[in-house]
Design a protein around this ligand. Structure first.
Ligand code: ZN
Length: 233
């Protein structure tokens, strides 16, 4: 059984379409989504529809919540707040009610899945570094926890010295972002987890950044949201 784990699509239809193409080529059995389907990009409705169609498990992200409840966007940067309000206006009512049903946490095949962090998932803490991750290992009992939220892919081991996911250690794995990578690499990011062999791979792929950026401009969203896609920031 091979699982594709995607996260942080952020209404980027070009990136999501490409990710689904790559996933299909990679003979994956199931797709799980760690949340933030919407926010920042120009195609929230299409992205909700596609995610709903292709993913067996979908979690709630902070930008999904902010599109439903503007008070959840109060801590956002100015451009993120503008995008959240715009997204809230664009989303079809049935897509809004669907987002409203999504859970914060799921458990699957010995792994915990969460949008932000295993510690207080509703508080949207970020994991950027090994130090951030180290503080979180007491917050879950599984040996593996998949996260998104920071848009920076990475594998963090509880015990130093483990660089790849294996059965002997415990790991927090950030699958990165499909629709707005922030590690200086504009290629979309997601993970493939082989449940039998307990192997994890971070997959990167080029997508049509130009079109995604042009759609953002056309929608009247802040310019910077399109620009950052070229830099992967
Ligand atoms: Zn996000």
């Amino acid at each position: 059984m091979r699982l594709a784990i995607i996260s942080d699509i952020h209404s980027n239809l070009q990136a999501l379409t490409k990710a689904l193409e790559v996933i299909q080529e990679r003979q994956v059995d199931e797709i799980l989504c760690l949340g933030d389907i919407v926010g920042y990009g120009a195609n929230p409705n299409e992205c909700v529809e596609l995610t709903k169609k292709h993913c067996s498990t979908i979690l709630l992200g902070n930008h999904d919540l902010a599109a439903l409840d503007p008070s959840a966007a109060e801590q956002f940067t100015a451009i993120a707040r503008i995008a959240a309000l715009w997204t809230g206006e664009q989303l079809q009512p049935d897509h809004k009610s669907f987002l409203g049903t999504l859970p914060y946490v799921a458990r699957r095949d010995g792994a915990m899945l969460v949008h932000s962090s295993p510690y207080e998932p509703e508080e949207w803490h970020y994991i950027f570094t090994a130090l951030d991750a180290r503080a979180m290992f007491n917050s879950f009992s599984e040996s593996l926890c998949f996260v998104g939220h920071s848009h920076v892919p990475g594998v963090y081991a509880e015990q130093p010295g483990h660089r790849h996911v294996n059965r002997d250690g415990r790991f927090i794995v950030n699958v990165g972002s499909v629709g707005q990578p922030r590690d200086g690499n504009p290629k979309l990011s997601f993970g493939i987890f082989d449940v039998e062999n307990w192997e994890y791979e971070n997959v990167r792929a080029l997508y049509d950044v130009k079109s995604a950026s042009a759609e953002i401009l056309k929608a009247g969203l802040p310019n910077a949201l399109g620009e950052r896609l070229f830099a992967g920031l």
